[in-house]
Design a binder for this molecule. Sequence first.
Ligand code: NAD
Length: 472
Amino acid sequence: MKTITMHYIDGAFVESHGREVVDIISPTSGQAIGRVTLADEEDTRRAIAAARRAFATYGRSTKEERLEILQRLYAAASARADDLTAAMVEEYGGVVQFAGLIVQSGVTAFQAAGQALQEMPLTKNWHKTTVTLEPVGVAGLITAWNANTLFICLKLASAVAAGCTVVIKPSELSALQTQVLIEALHEAKLPKGLLNVVTGRGDVVGAELVRNPNVDKISFTGSVAVGESIMRDGATTMKRVTLELGGKSPTILLDDAKLDKAVPAALGLAFMNSGQACAAGTRLLVPRKQLEAAKRAIVEAMRALTVGDPADPKIAVGPMVSLRQYERVQSYIRKGIEEGAEVLVGGEGRPTGLEAGYFVKPTVFINVTNDMTIAREEIFGPVLSVIAYDSEDEAIRIANDSKYGLHAAVLGTDLQRARRVASELRAGRVVINGMTDDPQAPWGGFKYSGVGREYGRYGIEAFLETRAILEA
Ligand code: NAD
C-alpha cells in the first residue's frame, strides 16, 4: 500500500490540511493499492498564494530564462519516464505500449514548447508603438485521468513558456501517477512557487481555483458538463479559459480505401487508450456497397485487439479506470442493443477469465444510425459504431452531424480526394490514413469539444495577454 499525504506547494512537499482520505483502487484487480489524503480549500489557497508570489519575479523572466527552465523540466521528466509509464499502467490500467507513448509525448512537450517559444516574436515595434506579449498571470491547470502525465506536462510547458506560474489540480484518480511526476519535476529545481500541485476533488479544489480572484486563467481538460460550469463560474472573476472537452469523432472510410490497411487503422483510432480517449474515432462511416466486406475485415482485425493485463506488452485493451466507468460503458452497450443496433463483436459483461477488475469486451456495433444514443454521446470506452453511407456528401454530412468537433479521420487511397474531404470536416484536427501527431500542430475542439487550443505556439498564446505601449 502506498500512502500519499502531501501536496507540492512553494517548492516543497507539505502535509495536507485537508483530512479526507480515499483508497486508490487498481482497475486491473479491483483491490486497494494505496491511499491518498485529499486537499481542501485551504491547501488550494496556500498554493495560489505561492504561485502569486512567484509570479512577481517569474512574470518578468526573459525568453532565455524560460528556455533554460523548460530544458531542466525536460531533463527531470525524461529521467523518470519508465517510472511514469509503470505508474500509468498500475493506477490507470493503461496498456504498457500506449502508456509509454503518452508519457513520451508528455516529456517531449517541454522540448516542443521550447522550440515554439524560440520561434515566437514576443515584441513588435513600428513607428512609436511597441507591442509585447505578456504572461496572463497565475494559471490553474485542471486535468482528467486518462493521460495524466501528458496533460500536466503539456499545460505546464505552455504556461512556463509564457511566463506564468501554476497551480495544478490533477484528477483525484491520478494521485500515484502525479506523485511520481512531481518527485521527478522537483529535481528540476524550479524557482519556489512556480509549480504547485494539489490533488483533491473537483468541487473542492477545482471550484476554489475557478472562483479565486488571484487565479487569472484556467486551462481545463475534462467533460463538457464541468467545462460549462468553469466557463459560467469563472465569468465572475473574468477568467481566461481554455477548455479541452469531449468528442464523438468520425472516421470516414472512402470507397477507394484498401480494407486490409484501412480497417486496422480505423480500429486503432477507435480503441486507442482502451477507448478512454477524447480523440477516439468511435463512429466509423463505411460505404454501404462495401459494408459486407468491411464487416468481415472488422471481425478479422478485432482478433488482434486482445484484452487483459495492461502490463503485458501483447495486450491492446486494458480495464476501464473505475467501477463507475465500467458501469457507464455497460449501460451504453445495453442502450445500443435496446435502440436496435446489432452487436458484431463483443457485447455486455466481462470477457471470459477477466472477472476481477473493470474489464469490458471491445465492442463493435453495426446497423447504427447517427441519431442513436451510441452515435451521439461520448461513451469513453471501447465501443465502436459502424454507420453506412451512400455518397461522399452524405458521409461528410453524417461526420459533421454531431455536437462535438475535436478530431476526425479520413482513410482513402486518392490523397487529393482525402484532403478535399478532410477540408470539409468541422473538427479541430483531422488525420489522413491513420493516427499521427505533431507537437507543433494545434489541438482543440470546434463546437462542444472546447474553447481554445493547446500544443506549440497555439498552446503558449493561450497563456499570453497583448500589451501596446504608444509614445505621443
Ligand atoms: P471530469 O470533467 O469529470 O473531470 C476533469 C477534472 O475536472 C478532474 O480533475 C475533476 O476533479 C475536475 N472537476 C470536477 N468538477 C469540477 C468543478 N466543479 N470545478 C472544477 N473542476 C472540477 O472529466 P474526467 O471524467 O476526468 O475525464 C473524462 C472527460 O475528459 C471526457 O469527456 C473526455 O473526452 C475529456 N477529455 C478531453 C480531452 C481533450 O484533449 N479534449 C482529453 C482527455 C479527456
